[in-house]
Design a protein around this ligand. Sequence first.
Ligand code: DGL
Length: 269
Amino acid sequence: MTGPIGIFDSGYGGLTVFKEIQKKLPNYDFIYLGDNARVPYGIRSFQAVYEFTRECVLKLFELGCNLVIIACNTASAKALKNIQEFDLPEGKRVLGVIRPTTESIDRYTRTKKVGILATEGTVLSESYKIEIGKFFPNIEVFQHACPLWVPLVENNEIDSKGTHFIVERDIRELLALSPEIDTIVLACTHFPILLSVIQAYVPNNVTVLSQGELVSEKLVDYLHRHPEIDDVCGKNAKLSFFTTDEVFDFENKTEIFYGKKIKAQYIHL
Ligand code: DGL
């Protein structure tokens, strides 16, 4: 039976990926699920992130999705492999955002020095170092954790003095790790929401990469390579949004981050 593509994030960050996916696949049906009641995931243990993510992904399968995209780096780093190995019902698929982000990273860096800005969980998992190392062993990866950025985004503190202070400091600390970094990956789906602030503190010769475009490009390619999955994706341009927390808040903030008014529903996991 056909079903929507599920997009999951711990909160609003996945919307930055969802927006780009939707641009490339405008006729597909989607369900977005934000686990706003338990955000942030970035500071939580491996076990907690695995359990929370598993619950959300299984819920999306229950709602009819045949394919789920984990549009969260922290959850991709800490839960994806286990879910793929132990929890996947017959005929269902789950994909993350780390592999599609790293697969073509060599297109962007000339110095072969790449900076990663991410949550503490993603940095500690070393997933970016490992994945980039598999494809491009000649690329050196420098990581810096930005534990305050997700709460700033979730609280809509996008352009305040405090946000500028924190973003400037974190970028300075990352670039201090190597003066040759010429590419910075925003390896947390919340971070593109801070893009204009980030750009203000990054030198002109450094490219800042958001994941939305990279991930959506690879998803289109995946669906071409897997017609059996594409065939079970509904294509009536139907959208639904679910949150594990307050619907009113979610609708208001989603409008800010997604750019459109949406109708959301509360979901009990
Ligand atoms: N947006 C998530 C990511 O890409 C993290 C947010 C969180 O800490 O929950 O890592």
